[in-house]
Structures are given as C-alpha cells and as structure tokens.
Design a protein around this ligand. Sequence first.
Ligand SMILES: Cc1cc2nc3c(=O)[nH]c(=O)nc-3n(C[C@H](O)[C@H](O)[C@H](O)COP(=O)(O)O)c2cc1C
Length: 130
Amino acid sequence: MIKQYVYISTAVGLPREQVDEILTTCARNNAAKNVTGLLLYNGRNFLQLLEGKAESLDQLMSAIEADERHEGVLVMHTGEVEERTCPEWAMKLLAISEGIEVRQQRLEEELPAAIDPVIRKLVLNFAMLN
Ligand SMILES: Cc1cc2nc3c(=O)[nH]c(=O)nc-3n(C[C@H](O)[C@H](O)[C@H](O)COP(=O)(O)O)c2cc1C
C-alpha cells in the first residue's frame, strides 16, 4: 500500500530561489526514496501531497515539520491507496495562474486523473484562496 499525506503550512513571501532549492532537494531525495507528489505555493502558504511507502514518508514528514523555511504544518488528509496517483512526479510544482477565472480550469488539466476526489478538492480550494 502507498501512504499519502496532504498538509498545508505557512511561509510568507518565501523567495522563488528558496522554493527552487526545496524542489532541487525533492528531486534528489524523492527519486531515491520513491516518494512522489505535488506542491503548490501561493506566496503565503504551501500545500503538498506526498505519497510513498509508510516508512520513508513518516521520516520525511518529520523532516518537513522541522524545516524552518515554513511553520504551522497542518496535516489535512492522510490515507492509503493501492497505487500512487502521481507516479511521474518526484515533486511537481503546480503553478497557480494569475487570473482567478482560469485557475480551476488549468489545475483540472494538470491534476492526474487518478487523484483522490478529496485531495482534488483540497488542491482546488487551496488554489482559489487569494
Ligand atoms: C514546503 C516544503 C516541502 C518539502 N518537501 C520535501 C520533499 O518532498 N522531499 C524532501 O526530501 N524534502 C522536502 N523538503 C525539505 C525537507 O524539509 C528537508 O530540508 C530535506 O528533506 C533535507 O534533506 P537533506 O538531508 O538531503 O538535505 C521540503 C521542505 C519544505 C519547506
């Protein structure tokens, strides 16, 4: 079984370079540990979906919770699925479009079809927050 976490956290005005650094770390570590998922950042809050084997995922969640680049990590959803829903994404940064009208549509196009409806809703709701 594959474990999943969805959490939100707060990091007001984190510079793009720091977000890129996080993504570089994700690419390195997640590929090695078979962790996949997606990340959104709206300039104030992160939302991340992580999926992988329970052991590597629990360790990673502890590291992420202790990371000083953000605070207030709040797990919104945890569950188990038979197959990972983002097998292609070591960690995909999903862009939140500028225009609020196109956000939902763009994300709908990008989100994997197999994603749990609860998680889909969390992601879409997050993206609609200004
Ligand atoms: C919002 C956010 C998301 C992160 N996501 C991941 C992740 O998916 N994988 C990862 O290895 N580190 C992630 N990190 C970084 C970890 O907190 C930690 O710095 C890193 O795992 C340490 O790896 P290292 O020992 O190889 O430097 C994230 C950090 C933040 C702030």
